[in-house]
Design a protein around this ligand. Structure first.
Ligand code: CDP
Ligand code: MG
Length: 833
């Protein structure tokens, strides 16, 4: 049987124009790439000093004069009243007492590991010690210190603080650099940056020329970037014998790092914290006359356990606390909790993370407790802003003359940031709602009360690095202890854990390092772009190596999507993907969206895949919510439904009716706002890669071509495809790996009994009992043929075979030939642009 396959009109037209344009002119050059295909990053981390003088003696003189000048300036500052106060504060920090031990260890060893309680002064003091000792003893060469932080926000907060401690503004001796932003000057000798920035620097400067000290902070967090950086630095050390590497960590797991660096010495800064009284959920309930009991033995995890609340509690107090607790229990799903089954927690509903209980405790503190700030650990910034909205309407907590309510998360503005550290006026209680960023990297001094929800989103340094829809998961014992410790910094404190003691007992001791728990695709691309040789060989040298199978899967995936060629070399597409710090599939969509000039909707889709599902389905209004979503979908695509929903919101927001619009359409206003700001961020990233410039209109000239959008979605989501097989009444779905699969009930495609397309591409599948597909988009044969699979010269035929001989079977030879040539041309375009 011959099946007629015709290119959808829009796509046909576009492909013609596009190939015509391409063939008739040279491809637009990549503004930032060098000719050999590798990517140039921004200029050096430190400003080049003025042209070097001729003789050694003259150079020495200049440096001497410079360091004398710096010394005198510091002296003048330290003798001023503020300077004296600052110095007094600095010398009260535990790190100050270890200054000599630290400096002598650094001068005698190439690698030193420093550990100490959070807040003891590691981040702010140790780089300064090195700087000051260097200025005092001019060796004829000034030091250049780089100190990395896992998150942008700590880079900015810390650099500003250090500059202030030195009586300077940023950009003098102290500078910072994060993606798209930074301040540094000619005299900058201490630069704070994100780990990602240093990794990007290594792309163009493998030996870190001119840098004398590298400080890697917060290594206990075991982020992917940090683990990766350590392998690279370990290789670099023998090539740069005078380079000093200093690793800093909060909790002590230091032996692991020491043995990784051939027995590097450890320096521990002894700290002091005040005792913290701990309340677990059962104690919190007791405070209000309730008792929480567990029916079965706690250690018997296999058995079904039932939580019971003591029903004899006084009646009038029941309403508030009972509903709060019921909320928490429902939200936390304690019944399903057991150490081996973390997956079962994925049904956790983050929209009711015991907000009522937090509100209750906050009220209790404000009404009955002594003064002192409250720090609330939440899962992510979306929860933080929901809770903040809720509390602002509360009669006591929303009273701004008594309560200063602040948020602290990775993506907040720096003005808001400063407020967190300030002491509020007398009689005003500071309440800070924070993510786990306040666990170790940011210290808020006046905290006396801590509320810990027990969860965190894993891999949450950078919204751009995240896999889409991160699920909150239980924290480790170390994190819980760390959170509790935040309450005892200035006086004895109190910590309220919103979970029972036995749940705490079941927490893992440490969190698994990121490299062992997340997909390795982006990391593999980075290894390649740094030209570090074989991926699996390189990763086998990590502090803790990921499983070989996980590495192979990642490499295989990168080959399938065309980022690596058969011999594991980066393709041009792969080079571009390394410049976009996000999942490769999202990066691919952005790149093609830019090339095919329909960027606006693609920005929305990619941003939408990076935040929590904006379509809400309240359990009691499921039908209404689904109908509202169906209203946005005319074309068998959850992704296109999102584009419409967002565009509707954007219009409504212009008339200040965004909230109303969301409310009517069962959309999350926070997700919409998050999409809005991510879109801007993604655009500037694309701008950085040279794929787009500031003239956005031309990149949108084809934005409303629905076929083209399907094509780009397919290009990104491949190999996430399944075939649609129709029978009399409905259809069934099959993927190659899983056989029969089902659609998630939220998908617009699950509501139709016919999908007039032969394929679906999907973003994510979830295995519960069967395999369920989340967001999907229906696509035609031609789109799959042209945009699915590896688009590379030799691959066309192989790809067709992968589709089960589909082409040979259904299509006439002439159409087949047309596809082959179109694909070849497309391939050339995408790979040479
Ligand atoms: O890195 P570590 O956790 O050891 O401490 P740090 O970040 O160097 O902070 C040391 C002390 O400096 C903290 O206890 C705060 O009192 C103070 N600090 C501050 O007041 N403002 C900042 N932005 C950072 C630190
Ligand atoms: Mg620190």
């Amino acid at each position: 049987p011959q099946r007629e396959v015709i290119l959808p009109p829009g796509l046909q037209r576009r492909v013609d124009v596009f190939l015509g344009e391409y063939l008739s002119r040279k491809p637009r050059s990549m503004s930032r790439s060098s000719s050999n295909g590798s990517i140039a990053t921004d200029e050096g981390l430190f400003e080049q000093s003025e042209a070097l003088p001729q003789s050694k003696a003259a150079m020495k003189k200049i440096l001497w004069e410079k360091s004398m000048k710096m010394q005198t300036e510091q002296q003048t500052w330290q003798e001023s009243p503020e300077g004296r106060k600052m110095l007094e504060f600095r010398s009260s920090l535990p790190a100050y007492k270890e200054k000599d031990a630290i400096l002598s260890s650094i001068s005698q060893n190439q690698v030193v590991i420093i550990s100490g309680e959070t807040g003891c002064g590691k981040t702010t003091q140790i780089p300064q010690f090195i700087l000051e000792s260097d200025i005092e003893s001019v060796r004829g060469d000034m030091c250049s210190i780089i100190c990395t932080q896992p998150r942008r926000i700590s880079v900015m907060a810390v650099s500003e603080r250090v500059a202030a401690e030195r009586g300077e503004v940023l950009g003098e001796t102290v500078g910072y650099k994060v993606r798209l932003e930074g301040v540094k000057g000619r005299d900058t000798h201490l630069l704070f940056c994100t780990t990602g920035i240093l990794l990007r620097r290594l792309l163009v400067d493998r030996n870190l020329k001119g840098i004398t000290h590298v400080i890697v902070d917060e290594i206990h967090e075991r982020g992917m970037n940090e683990d990766f950086l350590l392998i690279v630095l370990k290789d670099l050390l023998p090539r740069r014998p005078e380079l000093r590497l200093i690793l800093m960590s909060a909790t002590l797991d230091a032996e692991l790092f020491s043995s990784y660096f051939n027995g590097a010495p450890l320096v521990h800064i002894p700290g002091f914290t005040y005792p913290v009284r701990t309340h677990f959920l059962e104690n919190i309930l007791e405070m209000s006359g309730y008792r929480l009991t567990l029916d079965n033995q706690i250690d018997d995890y296999g058995q079904e356990r039932v939580w019971k609340m003591n029903k004899q509690a006084p009646r009038k107090r029941k309403s508030q606390i009972a509903s709060a607790v019921e909320d928490t229990l429902r939200a936390a799903d304690f019944q399903e909790f057991s150490p081996g089954t973390q997956e079962s927690l994925s049904c956790w509903n983050p929209d009711c993370i015991g907000f009522n209980l937090i509100e209750y405790i906050l009220c209790h503190i404000c009404e009955n407790e002594r003064s002192g700030a409250v720090l609330v650990f939440m899962t992510g910034w979306d929860d933080i802003s929901s809770l903040k909205d809720k509390l602002q309407c509360h009669p006591i907590l929303g009273n701004t003359s008594r309560v200063l309510l602040l948020a602290c998360h990775g993506s907040m503005a720096s003005t808001e940031q400063r407020l967190i550290f300030d002491k509020p006026e007398d009689g005003v209680r500071k309440i800070v709602l924070a993510t786990n960023i306040a666990e170790t990297s940011i210290t808020i001094d006046d905290v006396v009360f801590v509320i810990d929800c027990g969860k965190a989103k894993e891999t949450s340094y950078d919204a751009l690095n995240n896999t889409p829809r991160l699920l909150p998961s239980w924290i480790s014992k170390v994190s819980a202890r760390q959170r509790r410790g935040r309450a005892g910094r200035v006086q004895p404190g109190e910590c309220y854990h919103l979970y029972p003691r036995c749940v705490y007992d079941a927490f893992a001791d440490y969190q698994l390092p990121e490299i062992l728990r997340t997909p390795l695709q982006s990391l593999c691309l980075q290894i390649k772009s740094l030209k570090l040789g074989s991926i699996s060989e390189f990763l086998s040298r990590a502090l803790q190596s990921p499983e070989l199978l996980a590495v192979q899967n990642a490499i295989e995936y990168l080959k399938i999507i065309g980022a690596l060629d058969e011999s594991e070399n980066l393709t041009v597409l792969g080079c571009y993907l390394t410049m976009l710090p996000m999942e490769p599939k999202l990066g691919k969509m952005l790149i093609l969206g830019a090339i095919l000039n329909c960027l606006d909707p693609i920005l929305t889709i990619v941003a939408g895949l990076s935040v929590r599902d904006p379509f809400l389905t309240p359990l009691d209004k499921k039908d209404l919510a689904e109908a509202a979503k169906a209203h946005f979908s005319r074309d068998f695509s959850d992704h296109l439904a999102l584009v419409r929903a967002y565009e509707g919101w954007r219009d409504a927001e212009r008339d200040l009716a965004g909230y109303e619009y969301c409310w009517k359409n069962f959309l999350s206003a926070q997700s919409m706002k998050a999409i809005d700001s991510l879109r801007r961020e993604f655009y500037s990233l694309l701008n950085e890669t040279g794929l787009v410039d500031s003239n956005i209109t031309i990149y949108n000239s084809w934005s409303y071509d629905e076929h083209l959008l399907r094509a780009i979605i397919c290009y990104g989501l491949y190999p996430g495809i399944c075939s649609v097989l129709h029978n009399e009444k409905s259809f069934s779905l099959k993927t190659m790996e899983d056989g029969q699969v089902l659609l998630h009930s939220n998908s617009v495609n699950s509501r139709d009994s016919r999908i007039p397309y032969p394929w679906l591409v999907f973003n994510e599948k979830i295995k519960v009992n069967s395999v369920f597909l989340r967001d999907s988009t229906a696509i035609s044969d031609s789109v799959l043929l042209l945009f699915g699979g590896t688009i590379s010269k030799g691959e066309v035929d192989g790809h067709l075979k992968m589709l089960g001989g589909y082409l040979e079977f259904f299509m006439s030879p002439s159409i087949a030939e047309m596809y082959r040539s179109l694909r070849r041309e497309l391939d050339e375009l995408i790979h040479t642009k």
